[in-house]
Design a protein around this ligand. Sequence first.
Ligand code: GLA
Length: 738
Amino acid sequence: MKQVMLLFRCNHRTIVFLALSVCFIARASAQEILIPVETKTNALVLKVSPTKDVNILYLGEKLSHSEEYNNISGAYRQTADYSNVLASAYTSAGSRNLAEPAIAVVHADGNTSLDLRYSSHKTERVDNNSSLTSVVLKDSLYPFWVTLYYKTYVKEDIVEQWCVIRHKEKGQVTLSKFASANLQLKAGSYWLRQYHGDWAREMQPEETLLTHGIKTLDSKLGTRANLFQPALFMVSLDKPATEDEGTVLFGSLSWTGNFRIDLEVDYQDNLRLLAGMNNFASTYFLKSGEEFTTPAFLYTLSHQGKGKASRNLHDWARNYRLVDGKGTRLTLLNNWEATYFNFNEEKLAALLKDTKKLGVDLFLLDDGWFANKYPRNDDHAGLGDWEENRQKLPNGISYLVKEATANDVKFGIWIEPEMVNPKSELYEKHPDWIIRQPGREEHYFRNQLVLDLSNPKVQDFVFGVVDGLLEKNPTLAYIKWDCNAVIYNAYSAHLKNQTHLYIEYVRGLYKVLERIRGKYPTVPMMLCSGGGGRTDYAALQYFTEYWPSDNTDPLERIFIQWEYSYFFPAIASSNHVTDWGRQSIKYRTDVAMMGKLGFDIVVSKLKPEELAYCQGAVKQYDSVKAVIWQGDQYRLTDPRQNSVASVLYLDKDKANGVLFNYLVSGRFAAGSTLPIRLKGLAPEKSYRLREVNLYPGTTSSILSDKTYTGEYLMTVGFNPDVRSGRNSVVIKLTQANR
Ligand code: GLA
């Protein structure tokens, strides 16, 4: 109205023109609302059309002049969007949509259509780095709402996206698909880097060009959900991103259960991305007034390659997600591979002494310490019976904890509280607590079954395992929480709706972990799942670290840790030195240092110089661990493309760093023939590079009194002289005062 009046009152041509454009913009903004979700570098811009459809207008680098987002649609000359919701911010099934939906429902009256339209939106400031945008969508006919949430972490360029579904229909609504996020990217081509694996073969990458149609990454395993495939992936635009170049989106679903990620290249050549809990066997019946909250989909978009994206995620994980992400961690000696199930008090007493001798902080007692009627002497029996085995430990855990204190080390313990062996008292007493199909033959994974965590009584039991240990032993300093079985024969004696089991299991697990963290907020806990069967940022909000793989062969570990390190910071990666692999103790220890160092070896069997090496390495680690844990990680030479793998950790001040270099090829003359270019340094600063972790009796071939500028090290590089005979080289970098 105002604009029209303005138009009539003026007769000067320029003013008329000005007034017209004001009028146009005002009209456009009255009918077409733009909702920008911005981080430091990026913007996701949603557009509400005059018909109240909420579509994605843009996902890419942030523009300085936000009014220019209005020009974006005009820049694309793609074929028609027949439905006007091909780019929907949350695609609903059953009405106009022709593509893979984010949500599909059956209303209380049996109708299968859903047409979500804009209702309102707001952006709230969470703190000076975070804001929360919520967009309320409502079905045009039914009292059915979806609220989309976008939480930004500005500095880290991270967005977390989830939604809440609710209705007020007469009766329950059936949810048959319920994604957390629905994104759209536009580029000439899309390159997916995904991961597959199995026990001891975690994080095997594959990179492919996405073709038209849908590529689905998913899990149906229930508990050890990431065993064959984690919910971690990258999508590069136009060409595969390299470490430092290219636009790449890193995505991850924060959910410790079945997931489904659909990547659809549509007929317009856009990439539609839908991520959420897997709807496989999980139809959900939602009562009137009840809220269904999806897990968060987490993503970061980098325009400087994979390295930058990974550093964004590392910063975010340490600042916001991991328990004690900015704190410290305990180095340890674990007895799993040293004794397996075969130990007693005497053997453990000796290991406590070895822990001290080695110089690490803590002794971790692994599997085999519990159960009496069916003693836990191998993995066929005893799981679920969490009282100390009287034969092995006549004086109980409390005695061991005290003994540890007497030896000036801390004590930690292994548990697997979600699981049960059929040969156990728990199985005999509470058959209804176990996930299994009535009347069907039981099927075991590692000779065990999964407890039904959807049942509050089972939640109490699992909480009680941890609480009991910590109540009795307040100085217990560490818990390794394992999960070795998948869910077979999914059936709950507790739930009315069987299709809720996969979801309610995970929610039950979070309730337990929430209670544990409520009572014990800081006790360090390792998230283990027979290796990397659980690697997600929802579980990691309750843990200090995770166990990447049972495969500790250092050569394999270089590759496994390399890929994990794109998504998780080194402080969260539990790396143990074991007897796997044929490399020297130096090589094994050096590789384990690129994370949270631990040992799982028979210390008493080490040769004197091997022991001396390990003791020296632990001391050295103490002097560089802050940089590894809290610094920036730069991948310098990729073991998949070079005969040397090289990784640099550099503190935020760019003053101290540590550079790890390993020979990964046995071929003739393999090694660092060329200098390795460093990254992230301050060009004008001078640095001194000194080899550390030298094996007793050897000397370094590197001159340690020389200094180099950051510029030189990043332009020409540095040669760590890696070759056979020097197959693992660790260099400490310190700023030199010239
Ligand atoms: C799993 C873990 C191992 C060890 C064993 C114990 O395999 O990954 O580290 O704890 O269980 O049974």
